[in-house]
Ligand binder design. Structure first.
Ligand SMILES: Cc1ncc(COP(=O)(O)O)c(C=O)c1O
Length: 366
């Protein structure tokens, strides 16, 4: 059994993928070809933003967002200690200081109620993470940011396709719910490619123009460089593959939810199943359970040939490279607890029913 079965999806979309790749091979515009523009237009429409700029990865997207905002040495950026390392890594890379706020025990996302006490005169931005595929309360976060004049960059690496209904009935889309949204097309993500990739989203034209320049050596047009940028372009072939994947994306979100519902219905009496806020559409980049004795469960599952993964077994504030920030492990008790308890089960839209059955039975027995 595989943790994520990418081949099953390929079987389904192989004709479209091959045709689209062949188009690229025929026209030969491997860099910033028409597929890149087509993909960006479709992604922006999906997220409900005016602009989308595709990039080389989710990590570089976040770095570009910070650089476009002019964030650097002397600045602080509020984020979570429980995420993939890149979320905080980019803050330090641009020379700013990551300031952590603990997560909520139910959704594993930033605890909105703790954000304000972390704001200082140096704070410039908040990076909430839509962890595992579910958005934190973006209205609350945007309101806190507006009150203190901060930018909000949603790290939607795991949540493209997720949605949230606001108190007044508006439907927010992940990556389109704040000043900047950032996502990743790493193959294991809900909208994953066949290689590296990412995208940035915004309604702000000035930021959009900076993103375009940053990803291409600070250059708005040939032989003109207005800023120091980087090479952060998405390949035309990768864009072609993602266009084929978008054809089945809606259906895949539904399939992920069906599998998650089955897991949760059958396991809720055996262990702690994921909490989904009633206003949220979750895209289940990961399906996560909590166990007091995670190691025992993981070993017992492995003995039956069932793979499981710990996302994440060590918090970011515990990482050796961030020792200089001076945090103690217990400074963020919910993040610490999650990192010791969470176990992710196999999840992909095409996980066979027999595998689902086997996993459920195994956990019930354990
Ligand atoms: C929450 C989060 N942020 C950022 C990233 C970085 O994305 P990428 O691997 O595309 O650089 C990832 C993906 O691994 C992620 O899960």
């Amino acid at each position: 059994m595989q943790f994520i079965n990418l081949q099953a999806q390929y079987q389904l979309i192989s004709e479209s993928v091959k045709k689209r790749i062949e188009n690229v091979l025929n026209h030969g515009q491997y860099i910033l070809g028409p597929e890149v523009t087509e993909l960006e237009t479709k992604l922006a429409a999906y997220a409900g933003t005016r602009f989308c700029v595709s990039t080389g990865s989710g990590t570089v997207s976040l770095e570009m967002a910070l650089r476009a905002l002019g964030i650097g040495p002397g600045d602080e950026v509020i984020t979570v200690p429980y995420s993939f390392f890149a979320t905080a890594e980019v803050v330090a890379i641009v020379g700013a200081k990551p300031v952590f706020v603990d997560i909520r025990p139910d959704t594993f996302c930033i605890n909105e109620a703790l954000i304000e006490q972390a704001v200082t005169p140096r704070t410039k931005a908040i990076i909430p993470v839509s962890l595992y595929g579910q958005m934190p309360d973006m209205e609350k976060i945007n309101a806190i940011a507006a009150k203190h004049g901060l930018a909000v960059i949603e790290d939607g690496a795991q949540s493209f396709g997720a949605q949230q209904r606001t108190a007044d009935g508006k439907q927010l889309h992940s990556c389109g719910a704040s000043l900047i949204g950032s996502t990743s097309f790493y193959p294991a993500k809900p909208l994953g490619g066949y290689g590296e990739g990412g995208a940035l989203f915004t309604n702000d034209e000035a930021l959009y123009k900076k993103f375009i320049m940053l990803r291409n050596h600070g250059s708005p047009k040939r032989d003109e460089h207005l800023m120091l940028g980087m090479n952060a372009r998405l390949d035309s072939i990768q864009a072609a593959i993602l266009l084929a994947k978008m054809e089945v994306f809606e259906d895949e979100i539904q399939k992920r939810n069906q599998i998650a519902d089955r897991y949760s219905n059958d396991l809720m009496n055996a262990c702690v199943t994921p909490y989904v806020s009633p206003n949220n559409l979750h895209v289940y980049a990961q399906y996560t359970l909590r166990f007091e004795d995670r190691g025992k469960v993981q070993t017992a599952l492995a003995a039956q040939g069932i793979p499981s993964v710990t996302h994440y077994s060590r918090c970011i504030h515990e990482q050796p490279i961030f020792a200089n920030l001076g945090y103690a492990p217990e400074d963020f008790p919910e993040a610490l607890k999650a990192s010791r308890q969470v176990l992710c089960l196999p999840m992909s839209p095409y996980l066979p029913a027999e595998d689902q059955e086997k996993i459920i039975r195994a956990i019930q027995q354990i």
